[in-house]
Write a protein that binds this ligand. Structure first.
Ligand code: FBP
Length: 550
């Protein structure tokens, strides 16, 4: 297979490991844990995996028992840079424990686990994928592992291949399910352990013990490079406002991190919009104010960052979306009736069925967006927010607002716009040094958790703003991160999703700077991710992590 010159050179990179994981490793048990909330309910649901102690690893002088273990690995959900390094770290860790140990990959995500779609990952295969982006080594999928029948079939498949442990590389939902699987396997004494790894570019799987999910660092650096390039174009041509939507499903961590790296004129943070109960009209007003202010200074250009999930955080839109979800839920009589309505009558038809307030909001939306809201739904019947072109919605509404201001002589500038959506561009980028090292350590660490008999734990690598040598490796019981939440009408145990904290240091710093960034042009151009050169450039951690740990 042809590979690029950079890929060839990068294949030689040996990811850094924490000192604690080098050579012989000793497990140190810490304090027993409690779930973050709803302790009684979680304890009842997880009698076998609740309250386990935190564990850390230390390097040890004494020989460690060499063990025969076979492991199966699953990639779950959206791609995130560094997944291949988790797998190569896991592979190297297992081989260091015993050269005969085997690693299997379940193909195409959790589906492969249930359908016994599996392949052994040999060193030839692993070597091809070291330090590369993507999940293509075994593929990923979004099938949810939540039924006991799936667990039983998965177990049969594990037994067939002599697999003693399963590693689930996924986000909050996949790790929640990994915990349910661990509990079930322990309850029935199956002898199969389950370990999770924190993955998602969205950055919303983090807490006291998990400093960041892998992939966030690389994806944000890549988007920031692109944003910086656009900023420079905007600053050169001086004729466009660029509205850039950034992936991240609900949380605004990606938008915030990119703002910290590039200093745009505008960056919306969904969590703030919700907290201040901002309406769509007031958001449009705020954006228009910045555009008008810059126009007064003769600057008819700029850059605005918009988080992907914004629309669901705007109170009146949230209500509208909920009403639409109900109205158009699969299998309902209304959904059935809607499917027979002529395209040109759909907006009127839907408006009549909504509450008065939602009908007003729905009718105020540009036609294209209103139609999108009635169409793209996921298998649960929810609107797929990533498909709603919020950046175009805002451009259209800002255009209308500025036109009105012009009529009233309140705006003399020009408004030319360009829209962008950055998401898939970053999910499979070659991992930054940070993600390459972090992922390799997470995988290597998972092998140590397995050889120490742990189950129901998430691989955890902390102290990540220090040099990799000093990182703290260990495991966190997944039940510790859980609370009860209402999902699809039922109370369920889930890992708490981390949204942007408005009293946290990253947001606070952004809020203290944004007025200056809005009016003055203080763009920062981060440039591409670097692999060769000074450590300040190559091993830079995210601004979010830097501020959180400052
Ligand atoms: P995960 O949470 O599974 O890591 O996926 C994250 C994400 O990239 C979101 O940012 C985005 O909204 C979504 O996946 C897109 O999903 P899909 O790949 O199915 O289009």
């Amino acid at each position: 297979m042809a590979i690029s010159a950079l890929q060839k050179e990068r294949a030689k990179y040996q990811p850094k490991l924490p000192k604690a994981l080098k050579g012989n490793v000793k497990l140190v048990e810490g304090k027993a844990t409690e779930s973050v909330d709803d302790q009684d309910a979680i304890k009842e649901l997880f009698p076998n995996t609740y309250g386990l102690p935190l564990v850390t690893f230390e390097s040890s002088d004494s020989e460690v028992e060499s063990k025969n273990i076979n492991v199966g690995v699953i990639l779950s959900g959206g791609q995130a840079p560094g997944g291949h390094n988790v797998i190569s770290g896991l592979f190297d860790g297992l081989k260091a424990i015993h050269p005969e140990n085997k690693l299997f990959g379940f193909l195409g995500g959790p589906d492969g686990f249930v359908k016994d779609n599996i392949m052994e990952l040999t060193s030839d295969i692993i070597d091809e994928y070291r330090n590369t982006g993507g999940f293509d080594i075994i593929g990923s999928g979004r099938t949810k592992l939540e039924e006991e029948s799936q667990f039983d079939t998965g177990l049969e498949n594990c037994k067939k291949h002599n697999i003693n442990a399963v590693v689930v590389i996924g986000g909050d939902d996949s790790n929640t399910n990994a915990c349910v699987l661990a509990e079930y396997y322990k309850k029935i004494n199956s002898g199969v352990q389950v370990i999770g790894c924190p993955k998602t570019i969205d950055g919303d799987l983090k807490n006291e013990m998990i400093e960041t999910s892998f992939g966030f660092d690389t994806a944000c650096k890549l988007y920031s490079e692109l944003i910086g390039n656009i900023m420079r174009d905007s600053n050169s041509a001086k004729k466009y406002w660029h509205f850039i939507k950034l992936m991240g499903r609900s949380a605004s961590h990606i938008a915030l991190e990119c703002a910290l790296q590039t200093q745009p004129n505008i960056c919306l943070i969904s969590e703030e919009v919700a907290a201040k109960k901002q309406t769509l009209a007031s958001i449009v007003d705020g954006i228009s104010d910045v555009i008008a202010k810059r126009a007064e200074n003769g600057e008819n250009y700029g850059v605005a960052l918009i988080p992907e999930g914004l629309i669901e955080f705007i109170p009146e839109m949230k209500i509208l979306i909920e009403e639409l979800n109900e109205l158009l839920a699969e299998g309902t009589a209304t959904a059935q009736a809607f499917s027979h309505v002529k395209k040109s009558h759909r907006i009127d038809w839907v408006s009549e069925k909504l509450s008065q307030a939602s009908s007003v909001v729905f009718r105020s939306l540009p036609e294209g967006i209103a139609n999108q809201l009635t169409l793209d739904r996921d298998p649960h019947g929810n609107v797929q927010v990533s498909k709603i072109e919020t950046e175009k919605l805002l451009i259209e509404m800002v255009e209308a607002e500025l036109a009105e201001r012009k009529l009233e002589n309140k705006f003399q500038g020009k408004f030319g716009s360009q829209n962008h959506f950055f998401g898939y561009e970053g999910r499979c980028a070659a991992p930054s040094n940070f993600d390459a090292d972090y992922c390799y350590s997470l995988g290597y660490n998972a092998s140590a958790l397995i050889s120490n008999g742990k189950t129901g734990y998430m691989s955890s690598v902390r102290n990540t703003t220090a040099p990799a040598e000093e990182w703290i490796a260990g495991g966190v019981p997944i039940t510790m991160m859980m609370n009860m939440e209402r999902r699809h009408g039922h109370m369920k145990p889930v890992i708490q999703k981390a949204l942007v904290e408005l009293d946290g240091k990253p947001f606070q710093y952004f809020a203290s700077q944004r007025e200056e960034w809005a009016v003055k042009t203080q763009f920062v151009y981060p440039g591409p991710i670097q692999y060769f050169g000074p450590t300040e450039v190559c091993d830079r951690v995210s601004e979010t992590l830097k501020l959180e740990k400052a």
